[in-house]
Design a protein around this ligand. Structure first.
Ligand code: FES
Length: 124
């Protein structure tokens, strides 16, 4: 079996992660301290499935802790830096529809904002 050169492996990985076309990056804390790990995993599986189904150009990353450690599961949407707490699969459906597809954050569930130096888009 011929070995694939490292650069090709890296490019394949970047392609699989959707780095180049991505318009947003979803970070999800799946516990175990801000929520039960089982609750976080259920949310993560829903996010994966719905991103796949909708064909959104987003990267997604699950994490073990954002150091908030209460009020999770947490979802942070970049580049806006919109922090949502207590995200359930049902809430994610609303966030998906209104924010990720519609471009308007779901204000009633936004807990914090930090775009890390990038001006956050303003909803009018
Ligand atoms: S375990 Fe989720 S923020 Fe710490």
């Amino acid at each position: 079996m011929e070995e694939i050169p490292m650069l090709e492996k890296v490019l394949a990985g970047l392609n699989k992660a959707g780095v180049v076309p991505a318009q947003k990056h979803l970070f999800v804390c799946i516990g175990p301290d801000c929520c039960a790990s089982t609750e976080g995993e259920v949310l993560w599986e829903r996010i994966k499935a719905r991103v796949r189904e909708t064909g959104l150009s987003v990267m997604r990353t699950k994490a073990g802790c954002f150091r908030v450690c209460v009020g999770g599961p947490w979802l942070v949407v970049y580049p806006e830096g919109t922090w949502y707490g207590a995200v359930t699969p049902e809430r994610f459906e609303v966030i998906l529809s209104e924010h990720l597809l519609g471009g308007v954050p779901v204000e009633r569930w936004v807990v914090a904002r930090n775009s890390l130096g990038t001006p956050a888009p303003q909803a009018d």
